[in-house]
Design a binder for this molecule. Structure first.
Ligand SMILES: [Zn+2]
Length: 348
């Protein structure tokens, strides 16, 4: 059955009930899984640390899917992966922060969870989420820059995902911004995401603490110092945290000016976990961007907007893609309406 036929034949079944699917954001730090309804709402969720060994990662995914499937009548699973997904979307070729190397992830998971599994790059997933439920629908050519542990990026050209020749475009997070700069897990130095990510924010703050140990600050070096801690301290007015945020904003502006020089989008959406802290840095980043983009006085500058979906964009986008691909066709016909979805929204 083709996708058009399945959607057509299944449409009457979904009247009055919500086709639910699971979206999972497989990031370098956390594995976050959620049950998402047709309006893009997360109605149930689980989150665990991402295991760093392939079998353990697969087991953790099976456990998360089974737990959510046990509580919700879901039809399919969308995996948003922080790595290179093959053009055919049947395998993860390489993921700098994950143990998968040329891994046929849907094929590994489907028999274990009994559901169809759809694979997509995490930034592309976020872009789909932003396109269906967020501000990306407002642009013709849109760059989505998802900032979390690293930077994921996606391009919507005329409303379509641009994948490049190998399915890996665009890896904006690994643009070498600082020659000879911080080492990156990708093997290069000075990558955009080494200066502009949650990880980078913590690294910058740690460098500043080390360089000026006498300065009054509420930040403490060591394990507690992560991007979220720096953002909290900056909100509280901590001078070192504010300086680290200013550095982050500068590099975000520089990076976005390169994105605009190459792609000339009309809208840039800043997404990912760090987008929650956008009020701390977005205006400064805009200023740097406007000052650096080529021909700034003679072109319409891309609007830069914060994602409305925040850290859930990739999860929601992956779930929506899985729903569009399989959700409608796979929905059970019978079943009391009251069991189709839980009304609690722990993630909202
Ligand atoms: Zn890199």
């Amino acid at each position: 059955m083709g996708p058009a036929a399945s959607e057509e034949s299944a449409t009457p079944l979904v009247k009055g009930r919500r086709p639910l699917t699971i979206g999972i954001d497989v990031g370098g730090t956390n594995l976050r899984a959620g049950v998402v309804d047709a309006e893009g709402r997360v109605v149930d969720a689980v989150s665990v640390d991402t295991p760093h060994e392939a079998q353990a990662l697969e087991d953790a995914l099976v456990a998360a899917i089974s737990e959510l499937h046990g509580r919700n009548p879901v039809a399919s699973v969308g995996l948003a992966v922080a790595g290179f997904v093959s053009r055919e979307q049947d395998r993860v070729r390489f993921a700098p922060h994950l143990p998968w190397r040329d891994a046929r992830v849907p094929e590994l998971l489907e028999p274990r969870v009994g559901l169809p599994v759809f694979l997509e790059h995490d930034a592309n997933s976020a872009a789909w989420g932003e396109l269906y439920f967020g501000p990306a629908s407002l642009g013709e050519n849109v760059a989505v820059v998802a900032i979390g542990t690293g930077i994921g990026a996606a391009l919507l050209i005329g409303g379509e995902i641009y994948r490049g020749s190998n399915g890996v475009a665009p890896e904006l997070g690994h643009l070498p911004l600082v020659p000879g700069g911080r080492a990156c897990p990708c093997g290069k130095r000075g990558c955009f995401e080494r200066y502009c990510s949650g990880t980078a924010l913590a690294a910058t703050a740690a460098e500043m603490l080390a360089a000026d140990p006498g300065r009054a600050t509420i930040l403490t070096p060591g394990g507690e110092l992560d991007g979220a801690a720096v953002a909290r301290a900056a909100t509280a007015g901590d001078p070192i945290a504010l300086a680290a945020i200013a550095d982050f904003a500068h590099w975000l502006g520089v990076g976005l000016s390169i994105v605009a020089d190459v792609f000339d989008p009309d809208l840039i959406v800043v997404a990912g976990g760090v987008a929650a802290s956008a009020p701390l840095f977005l205006e400064d980043a805009r200023r740097t961007y406007a000052g650096m983009v080529t021909g700034a006085g003679h072109r319409r500058l891309a609007r830069i907007r914060r994602s409305e979906l925040g850290a859930n964009a990739a999860l929601i986008g992956a779930a929506e893609m899985a729903r569009r691909k399989w959700g409608l066709a796979e929905l059970p016909v019978a079943g009391p309406a009251g069991t189709s979805a839980r009304d609690e929204r722990p993630d909202r």
